[in-house]
Design a protein around this ligand. Structure first.
Ligand code: QAP
Ligand code: CO
Length: 171
């Protein structure tokens, strides 16, 4: 397994729309392993392939406290949604920033598992929030898009500053 580099806002590569996986093979399974390692190392609960600069519709998640319940979604699709809930979200690609976002309360998701087998999942609460957040990434969308343009610009400026000083420190 190997740890991957996580892209950070406002990197334009986070805006690409990922293409569906044509099959679930060794290449896809290796990516899933690497994404899980990357997510666990960064102490995240969800990670989309877009965030590690991979152009394919794959999401990994783990909402457990014990960090031993990995979930894999290949070509995930929201089949049904209902209700609405407000949740304070963060993102590994927007480190240090959190904001409340309103999304569907319940979703039904269809996806392929790590063996390429189709399955469906009914989710609510944090699980539903996380799935919607991660599928957004595959469509080039981020949680800060739901905030005001002013807030988004402020976050972009602060992150750029952090990124620049980090670059200088390692130069
Ligand atoms: C998406 O986000 C999510 O700023 C997953 O410094 C988040 O794993 C869905 C993280 C909340 C629903 C609710 C963020 C780690 C992790 C940070 C994450 C940070 C360190 C974010
Ligand atoms: Co995110």
């Amino acid at each position: 397994m190997s740890k991957l580099k996580i892209l950070e806002y406002p990197d334009p590569r986070l805006r690409r729309v990922a293409r569906p996986a044509e099959n679930v093979d060794e290449r896809e399974r290796k990516l899933v392993e690497d994404m899980l390692e990357t997510m666990y190392d960064a102490r995240g609960i969800g990670l989309a392939a877009t965030q590690v600069d991979e152009d394919v519709r794959i999401v990994v998640m783990d909402l457990s406290d014990s960090r031993d319940e990995p979930r894999v979604f290949i070509n995930p699709e929201i089949l049904d949604r209902s209700g609405s809930q407000c949740y304070e979200e963060g993102c590994l690609s927007v480190p240090g920033f959190y904001a409340e976002v309103t999304r569907a309360e319940q979703v039904k998701v269809g996806a392929l598992d790590i063996d390429g087998k189709p399955y469906e999942l009914e989710a609510d609460g944090l699980l539903a929030v996380c799935i919607q957040h991660e599928i957004d990434h595959l469509d080039g969308k981020m949680f800060i898009d739901y905030l005001s343009p002013l807030k988004r610009r402020m976050i972009g400026k602060k992150l750029r500053k952090q990124q620049n000083s980090r670059e200088k420190a390692t130069a």
